[in-house]
Design a protein around this ligand. Structure first.
Ligand code: ZN
Length: 244
């Protein structure tokens, strides 16, 4: 079985459609999203409509929580705050309720899906001690949990845990070892920050025990135009071109 894993779509319709087309070409059996469907870019409703209508298995992101009125964006930088309050204003009732209904984390067989950190949507996994904390929490939830999929940093990452030590694994193709646990971030669909502007996602092949990272080009200009026309901060458009 092939599972496509996406994260941080952030209301970027062009990137989302390009990723879904690639997933269709690859032939995935299921699509998952690790939160932040909305925020930053200008198509929150169309992106939420697609995620809902395609039954994409999804957890709540910090931008989703603020846009849906579950939290206030007090810790956000001024640009992110402006965008999330704009999004809150634009969301249809249907999409607000949809975002409010999302679980913060979800267990699916030997997978655990969450946005930022286990039990904390707003916290990042950036450093080795963050990874160690999350591997400890993953282990505490049961032996059968092998992989934690997370987003929030907008940078792809694959970390493994074996005999008390965390290692950084190499991409783009990762063969999973039976005895290890993994924390894996597919990168961001709608606002990559690793210097590569192409939309990012991964495919997990459960039979071959393999994770493959993918990048897809999309129409960045169309997305930028919408951001400017919507009156959102121009930096949000500029950063898409550089992937930062
Ligand atoms: Zn995000």
């Amino acid at each position: 079985m092939r599972t496509a894993v996406t994260a941080d779509i952030h209301a970027n319709l062009e990137a989302l459609l390009a990723v879904l087309a690639r997933i269709e070409a690859i032939g995935a059996d299921e699509i998952m999203c690790l939160g932040d469907i909305v925020g930053y870019n200008a198509d929150p409703n169309l992106c939420a409509d697609i995620v809902r209508s395609r039954n994409i298995r999804c957890v709540l992101g910090n931008h989703d929580a603020c846009a849906a009125g579950l939290e206030e964006p007090d810790g956000f930088n001024p640009v992110a705050q402006r965008a999330v309050l704009w999004t809150r204003d634009k969301l249809t009732d249907e999409n607000r309720l949809f975002l409010r209904s999302l679980p913060r984390e979800q267990r699916v067989g030997d997978l655990f899906l969450f946005h930022g950190s286990i039990h904390d949507t707003n916290r990042y996994i950036l450093y080795m001690n963050d990874a160690l904390d999350n591997f400890t929490m993953l282990a505490a939830m049961g032996k059968s949990l092998r992989i934690g999929f997370f987003g929030h940093t907008h940078e792809k990452a694959a970390l493994s845990f074996d005999h008390g030590a965390v290692s950084v694994e190499l991409w783009p193709d990762l063969k999973l070892a039976e005895e290890k646990r993994y924390l894996i971030n597919p990168g961001s669909v709608g606002q990559p920050r690793d210097g590569d502007p192409r939309a990012s996602f991964l495919v997990y092949d459960t039979d071959g025990h393999r994770v493959t990272f993918n990048r897809v080009e999309y129409n960045v200009h169309a997305c930028q135009d919408k951001i400017i026309r919507a009156g959102l901060p121009s930096w949000l458009a500029e950063r898409l071109a550089s992937g930062t």
